[in-house]
Design a protein around this ligand. Structure first.
Ligand code: NAD
Ligand code: G6P
Ligand code: MN
Length: 454
C-alpha cells in the first residue's frame, strides 16, 4: 500500500504522516511518498517526517521524497492532496488586496477565495491526470487543497469520473471545541447532522450518546457570549496573542473573532450552529473593521506554525530533540487518515464530504457541490439525504454557489466578464465597481498563476 502526499512541504505533512503511521495496521501501508514542486521546502519537512516514522514510531514504513511525478504517483493507492498554490506569499495577497478596498480579506471566503481558486483549478486537474496516468486504477485522491469548494466544482465539471473526495477539517474542529466546552472527553460519541457548501454550512443537530445536546450548547454560548471553552481562553486564545502550536490553532490569534461571532450569529438565529466561516459573509462589515490590513492571518501563520516548524527542524538537526511546538498532530491528520481506512476497509464510518448534490438537498440544484454527511465504504461515499432546507440558508447558498460556479466557468473559458460577475455576486463585495477594482489588482498580483482573462 502506497500513500502519496501532494504538497509534501506543507506545514501539515508531519501531522498527517503521524496519523497514517498510527493506523499502519488498518491501512497496511508500506510506503509514504512526498511530492512537491519546492524541493528545498519539502526536503526540510522530510527531516521531521523521517523522525516520526523511524525514531518516534519505529513504523517500518518506507519514505520516498521526490519532485518527480512518475516516482511520486507510480502504483499509488491513495493520494492525499494538500497543496497551496502560490504559498503563503500569495495567501497574503488574497487577504490584503480585498481589505485595501474595504472587503473581507480571507483566504477561502470572498475575493481571496476566488483568487486562490483561480490559481488552484488547473494544478488540481493536473493531480487527477497524473493519478490517472500512473496510480493504481483503484486510486483515491483525498483532497484538502483549498479553496475546496471551488476546487471540487472544477473537478466535477472537468473530470467527472475522477476518484476524488474533497474534504474539510473545520466541522470536526468545531466539534472538538464543542466537546471541550461541554466537557465531553469521548468526542467520538458525538454524532451530528450538517448541510451546506464548503466553509458555508450549518449543524442542524448534535447528539452525544443519543442525547440531543444542541440546547446545552446554545445555553453555553449564550452564557459565555463566545464559543470558546474557559480552558482555551485562559490559555490566552484571545486577540493579540500569537497562535502557538501544540494547542488548538483554530482558537488562536484573529480566529478569536469567529468564535465570538458564533455567539453573535446564534443570538439572532438560535436554531442551528453555524460554521465559523459564515461570519465572513453574515458579518462582513464588522470583520473588515477589526482586521488589520497590514497584518492578516497569513502573517500570523508564517510567524507561528511555519516558523515553529522550520525552527524546530533546525533545532532537531542540532540537538537530536524534536520540540513539541515543531508540528501539530491530531484531528486534521486523523480525519483524512480515517477516511482512507474507511475506504480501504469498507467500514461505512460516518464523515462529512463535499459531493455532487444529486437530490440530497431537494431544493438545491442537482449539480451543486454540497457538504453533507455520508457513510464511507469501498465504493466511496453513500450520502445521507437531507430535508428541504429553509429559505434563508438556501438563498445564501445559492448566491455563494453561483458566484463559485461563475468563477470556475470564467477560469476555464478565460472570461473576464464571468470572473467579474463571480466577484460582483459574492456577498462580501458591496458593489460592481469595488469588485472590478479588487479583480484588476488581483490580476496583476497573480501574473503567472492565473489563466489570461479576456
Ligand atoms: P504550505 O504552504 O505550508 O504547504 C503547501 C505546499 O504545497 C508547499 O510546500 C508548496 O510548495 C506546495 N505546492 C504548491 N503548489 C503545488 C503543486 N502544484 N504541486 C505540488 N505541490 C505544490 O500550506 P499549508 O498551510 O500547510 O496548507 C496546505 C494546504 O492544505 C492548503 O491548500 C490549505 O488551504 C489546505 N488545508 C485545507 C484544510 C481543509 O479543511 N480543507 C485544512 C487545512 C489546510
Ligand atoms: C480550517 C479550514 C481550512 C483552512 C484552515 C486555515 O482548518 O477548514 O480549510 O485551510 O482552517 O487555517 P490557518 O491556521 O492556516 O489559518
Ligand atoms: Mn476547510
Amino acid at each position: 500500500m502506497i500513500i502519496t502526499i501532494v504538497g509534501g512541504g506543507s506545514t501539515f505533512t508531519a501531522g498527517i504522516v503521524k496519523s497514517i503511521a498510527l493506523r499502519k495496521d488498518e491501512l497496511e501501508v508500506d510506503e509514504i511518498r512526498l511530492f512537491d514542486l519546492d524541493a528545498e521546502r519539502q526536503n526540510k519537512v522530510a527531516v521531521v517526517v523521517k523522525y516520526v516514522l523511524d525514531v518516534e514510531l519505529k513504523s517500518g514504513i518506507k519514505l520516498t521524497v521526490t519532485t518527480d511525478k512518475e516516482e511520486a504517483y507510480k502504483d499509488a493507492d491513495f493520494i492525499f492532496a494538500q497543496m497551496r498554490v502560490g504559498k503563503y506569499a500569495m495567501r497574503e495577497m488574497d487577504e490584503k488586496i480585498p481589505l485595501k478596498h474595504g472587503c473581507v480579506g480571507q483566504e477561502t471566503c470572498g475575493c481571496g477565495g476566488l483568487a486562490y481558486g483561480m490559481r488552484t483549478i488547473f494544478p488540481m486537474i493536473e493531480v487527477i491526470d497524473d493519478a490517472e496516468k500512473w496510480a493504481k486504477p483503484s486510486y483515491w485522491i483525498l483532497n484538502y487543497s483549498n479553496p475546496a469548494s471551488i476546487v471540487s466544482e472544477a473537478c466535477r465539471k472537468l473530470r467527472p469520473n475522477a476518484r476524488i473526495i474533497n474534504i474539510c477539517d473545520m466541522p470536526i474542529a468545531i466539534i472538538d471545541v464543542v466537546a471541550a466546552a461541554l466537557n465531553i472527553k469521548d468526542r467520538e460519541n458525538i454524532v451530528y447532522d450538517y448541510f451546506g457548501l464548503n466553509h458555508f454550512g450549518w449543524f442542524t443537530s448534535i447528539e452525544y450518546k443519543g442525547e440531543d445536546i444542541m440546547g446545552k450548547l446554545r445555553d453555553y454560548v449564550m452564557e459565555h457570549e463566545i464559543l470558546l471553552p474557559d480552558a482555551y481562553l485562559k490559555d490566552k486564545a484571545a486577540l493579540n496573542v500569537k497562535p502557538k502550536e501544540g494547542q488548538n490553532r483554530h482558537t488562536k490569534g484573529s480566529w478569536y473573532y469567529v468564535w465570538k461571532g458564533i455567539y453573535e450569529i446564534m443570538a439572532n438565529f438560535p436554531e442551528t450552529l453555524p460554521n465559523t466561516y459564515l461570519n465572513y459573509y453574515l458579518q462582513c462589515k464588522e470583520f473588515v473593521e477589526h482586521s488589520d490590513p497590514t497584518h492578516t492571518r497569513a502573517n500570523e501563520v508564517m510567524e507561528s506554525r511555519e516558523k515553529n516548524l522550520f525552527d524546530g527542524i533546525d533545532k532537531y538537526l542540532e540537538t537530536g530533540i524534536v520540540d513539541e511546538k515543531t508540528f501539530y498532530a491530531g484531528s486534521h491528520g486523523d480525519w483524512i487518515a480515517d477516511l482512507a481506512v474507511a475506504l480501504k476497509n469498507d467500514t461505512k464510518a460516518r464523515f462529512l464530504v463535499i459531493t455532487e448534490n444529486r437530490g440530497t438537498i431537494p431544493n438545491m440544484p442537482y449539480d451543486a457541490m454540497v457538504e453533507v454527511p455520508a457513510y464511507i465504504g469501498k465504493n466511496g461515499p453513500e450520502v445521507i439525504s437531507q430535508k428541504e432546507i429553509p429559505l434563508f440558508e438556501q438563498g445564501l447558498m445559492m448566491q455563494q454557489l453561483n458566484s463559485e460556479k461563475l468563477l470556475v466557468e470564467g477560469c476555464i473559458e478565460g472570461s473576464y466578464e464571468k470572473v467579474l460577475k463571480a466577484f460582483t455576486l459574492n456577498k462580501t463585495v458591496p458593489s460592481m465597481n469595488v469588485a472590478k477594482a479588487v479583480l484588476d489588482e488581483m490580476i496583476e498580483a497573480n501574473k503567472g498563476f492565473w489563466p489570461e482573462l479576456k
